[in-house]
Write a protein that binds this ligand. Structure first.
Ligand code: HEC
Length: 340
């Protein structure tokens, strides 16, 4: 049964097709240089998906219970959304597809989305498993089998940019901070490339942010203590907070995985000052919440995907000979176990 499930989940990339991973963009586009057309995007994004015809869109794959690469990707996506202001880029769409349809029900997705900035251009959906397989194949990204049919975890940090005619135009490594900058520029270039007589799709309603930190996407990570420490810790000064925002990985709070994106290029000096003021204005988190970090002792490297991971989750730890090995996800843990 498990073998069957794996065979069913793994997308079979046709021999002639170059996988998305090998088409990654490694540099910025020179001004005026058109983007190539590697391959057409799949025209089916799951039943009930709103049409994206005429839009420039960016697709990525996540799942809401993921505590590593997905919050990092979604945090950067929130930065990208700010970088592409709604007034000028109302025809851009951000499509995040969940790869965990069994767990990510519409209610789970809505609860997840509520922690991130409300952006009417963002679609978060979980296509059913069979449709997901076809969609992943269409984007030439791999589903890493977890061995459990109901829990296919796709381990992709790729972002795919699609033009108004439905062609994939570039693929970016979401782990590469620079690539997000290229993506913003390329998306704007594709908007300008569209025929001028295209019907206006109307301005998505602007929503008033709950508050500055929510609008910036800080809560998406900092609301979940397993991902990031609660904000509002007392006894930290402005320079510490400034450094936390601009060079977050220079000093990492003990026990946490360094995944906070830098806000160096996305916030102005005045905005940084406003964020610091907003942090000081937060109620102090309970002592137990901040000291809980000491229970999350340290970090290790996942031997499968080579990400830095926490060592606190027994479900993501395996004993190998005389030492423990730690993983970012069940998918990596199971891959490791199978190779043994
Ligand atoms: C992708 C997840 C993510 C996002 C988005 C994010 N952070 Fe963080 N942040 C973390 C993690 C993980 C840590 C702890 C590890 C470290 O220090 O880098 C952290 C640490 C911090 C710290 C230091 C906390 C302490 O107790 O010392 C501050 C302050 C902070 N973040 C503020 C912010 C603000 C403000 C935003 C939004 C503008 C934000 N973060 C967005 C994940 C995130």
């Amino acid at each position: 049964m498990a073998v069957l499930a794996i065979a069913w989940i793994v997308p079979r990339v046709r021999a002639a097709q170059v996988p998305a991973e090998e088409l990654l963009r490694h540099r910025a586009t020179a001004t005026g240089e058109p983007l190539p057309v590697p391959f057409p995007a799949p025209d089916f994004l799951g039943s009930g998906a709103p049409s994206l015809a005429g839009h420039v869109w960016i697709v990525n794959f996540i799942y809401t219970s993921c505590t590593t690469v997905c919050p990092k990707m979604t945090g950067r996506l929130a930065q990208l959304q700010r970088r592409l202001p709604r007034e000028k880029t109302q025809d851009v769409r951000f499509v995040s597809l969940s790869v965990d349809p069994a767990h990510d029900t519409p209610a789970t997705l809505a609860a997840f989305a509520a922690h991130w900035p409300a952006d009417p251009r963002w679609q978060l959906r979980a296509p059913p498993a069979d449709e997901l397989t076809a969609i992943a194949r269409g984007f030439r990204v791999a589903v890493a089998p977890s061995g459990i049919a109901t829990d296919p975890i796709l381990h992709s940090r790729l972002l795919t940019l699609v033009d108004g005619a439905g062609n994939v135009r570039a693929i970016y490594d979401g782990d590469d901070e620079q690539a997000w900058g290229w993506l913003a520029t390329d998306a704007e270039a594709l908007l300008a490339e569209r025929p001028k007589d295209l019907p206006e799709t109307g301005s998505p309603a602007t929503q008033v942010p709950k508050n500055l930190l929510a609008d910036l996407g800080c809560n998406g990570c900092h609301d979940r203590p397993t991902i990031a420490p609660p904000l509002g810790r007392r006894g930290v000064d402005d320079s510490y907070l400034r450094a936390s925002l601009l060079t977050p990985n220079a000093s990492v709070v003990a026990g946490y995985v360094p995944m906070m994106p830098s806000y160096r290029t996305t916030l102005t000096d005045d905005e940084v000052t406003a964020v610091i003021a907003a942090l000081h204005a937060l109620p102090a988190p309970p002592e137990s919440a901040t000291s809980a970090t000491s229970a999350l002792a340290s970090t290790a490297e996942d031997p499968i995907c080579h990400m830095t991971v926490g060592t606190h989750d027994p479900a993501l730890t395996l004993r190998d000979g005389d030492h423990d090995v730690h993983f970012c996800s069940r998918a990596c843990r199971d891959t490791f176990a199978r190779r043994k």
